[in-house]
Design a protein around this ligand. Structure first.
Ligand code: GDP
Length: 476
């Protein structure tokens, strides 16, 4: 979503060289303001932001110019201000003193409320909670069925006594849903409400009536980030009409310019609590202003990336791989398969690549990445026998021909995968001395990724002189 802004800011920063005068700073902040306006950020927010950056830079100009790298000091100031404009620190979910915590979702039709209800329920459930979904959108055709389908898919119960499509009273459903949750000891209730295509009084009144009857602990305003400045206008109308505690942005994966996300906190005075970045239930997370600022400024979002990796790969699998690696054992196709499995759980590869530092500069590669390559690679490995997976050296011509037939791929593809795999195995061995990580990308065919980071891996432990101790160390 913020690619264009990230690229513009990147080029503005690259124009900063050596010491900076006040007039350089004025020029620099004017360029930032223009870049923000072009990204659809509201005028007052763009102005306020660039003025704050200018004030801060001017007040620290001695310090900036004494530093060995003035541009990086200015970069830090912009980063801090950007984090502030996005809300400062992350807003956490507030729990009710006595469960259940009641969450009311409001917003326009099509904002993504019903999908969001599912995503939020899935998120809460994966943290050990017992959410209940309540179908109080009785207006939009199919909204009740949609909620039931999503509830089924994530194994979260849905309270839906009315069929919807214009039938039933949403206030009664909401009240009965909360009571049901109390009786059945659910610790969260998520109430989905109806939206309209535009803000209107009847809609506001219905949401107000639901709010007054269930007294939610959290009221969230769900808004489609793709609708630009309209998102801010709608948010203000809901804030005046119904009131809400925090904003949830959906469709941050879209190619809109991101102005809504950057303007909404400042203009409503309410924080963004969650963000949705796709149609799958896993495309959802807490909104972290600092991480978003890093992404916009091209520093990537390594914190989210590693959290996603942790969530996707069971701890025992990653521990096993790490142990093998430290012991100097060969990386096998079996290990590779478990990594591919984890990558599948992590979501789309292009999205993950977007979290890497410098992602703005590799937009083309990210767009061109062929997700089906991973599926083909899996099919090939799944056609191998356990012996072949654990010892690829046995893969002679006839075995390769059999694998090609089994996976429906050409022999040249099998050869190329085995070739890339043995190269990666070799590099992994060298790497134990502290060289570069080849990454799974090399295997999955992403030879066009940027150079990997240098990392310091623990060196292989020295072996004990005591044979008994050594036997323990070596796991004999
Ligand atoms: P509601 O009317 O507010 O309940 O909206 P829905 O939940 O039905 O969502 C409207 C459309 O937006 C559906 O087609 C969803 O699949 C899609 N959608 C929702 N959230 C996202 C998102 O974060 N990214 C993308 N790309 N699509 C989304």
């Amino acid at each position: 979503m913020f690619e264009a802004l990230g690229q513009r800011l990147g080029s503005i920063f690259s124009g900063l060289r050596g010491k900076v005068s006040d007039s350089d700073l004025i020029e620099f902040t004017a360029q930032i303001k223009t870049a923000l306006l072009e990204s659809d950020v509201a005028l007052e927010v763009a102005e306020g932001f660039s003025n704050k950056v200018l004030e801060n830079c001017k007040s620290k100009s001695d310090e900036i110019n004494k530093s060995t790298n003035p541009a990086s000091r200015i970069f830090e100031i912009v980063n801090t201000e950007l984090t502030q404009v996005l809300g400062g620190s992350a807003r956490r979910l507030q729990f009710a003193k006595t469960p259940p915590t009641v969450i009311l979702l409001t917003g326009l039709q099509g904002a993504g409320k019903t999908s969001l209800a599912g995503k939020l329920a899935y998120y809460l459930k994966s943290q050990g909670n017992t959410p209940l979904l309540v179908a109080s959108d009785l207006q939009r055709p199919n909204a009740v069925t949609q909620l039931q389908v999503v509830g089924d898919s994530i194994k979260v119960p849905v309270f839906a006594p009315e069929p919807g499509n214009g039938i039933g009273d949403p206030i009664d459903v909401a009240k009965a849903g909360v009571k049901f949750a109390k009786d059945k000891l659910h610790n969260f209730v998520i109430v989905d409400t109806a939206g309209r295509t535009g803000v209107d009084q009847a809609l506001m009144q219905q949401v107000i009536d639901i709010r007054d009857s269930i007294k939610p602990d959290e009221t969230f305003f769900v808004v489609d980030a793709m609708i630009g400045q309209d998102a801010v206008r709608t948010a203000k109308a809901f804030l005046d009409g119904v009131g809400f505690d925090a904003v949830i942005l959906t469709k941050l994966d879209g190619d809109a310019r991101g102005g809504a996300a950057l303007s909404i906190v400042e203009l409503t005075g309410k924080p963004i609590i969650f963000a949705a970045t796709g149609e799958k239930v896993t495309d959802f997370d807490l909104f972290y202003p600092d991480r978003m600022a890093s992404r916009i400024l091209g520093m990537g979002d390594v914190a989210s990336l590693s959290e996603q990796a942790k969530r996707a790969m069971p701890e025992e699998t990653s521990k096993k791989l790490e142990d093998k690696f430290l012991k100097g054992e060969d990386f096998t196709f079996e290990d590779f398969l478990s990594q591919l499995e984890a990558m599948k759980n992590m979501g789309s590869m292009s999205k993950l690549m977007g979290l890497l530092p410098g992602a703005a500069g590799m937009k083309k590669q990210i767009e061109n990445f062929d997700e089906s390559e991973l599926v083909r690679t899996r099919a090939i490995i799944e056609s191998m026998t356990p012996t072949e997976r654990n010892n690829p050296k046995v893969l002679n011509g006839s075995r390769r021909a059999r694998i090609a037939r089994g996976s429906g791929r050409a022999i040249s593809e099998i050869n190329s995968l085995v070739e890339r795999f043995s190269q990666a195995q070799k590099v992994m061995k060298q790497m134990r001395g502290g060289a570069n990580i080849p990454g799974m990308g090399a295997l999955a065919g992403m030879s066009n990724l940027p150079k990997p980071q240098q990392i310091n891996l623990p060196k292989k432990k020295s072996r004990s002189g005591n044979p008994a101790k050594r036997a323990i160390e070596e796991g004999i």
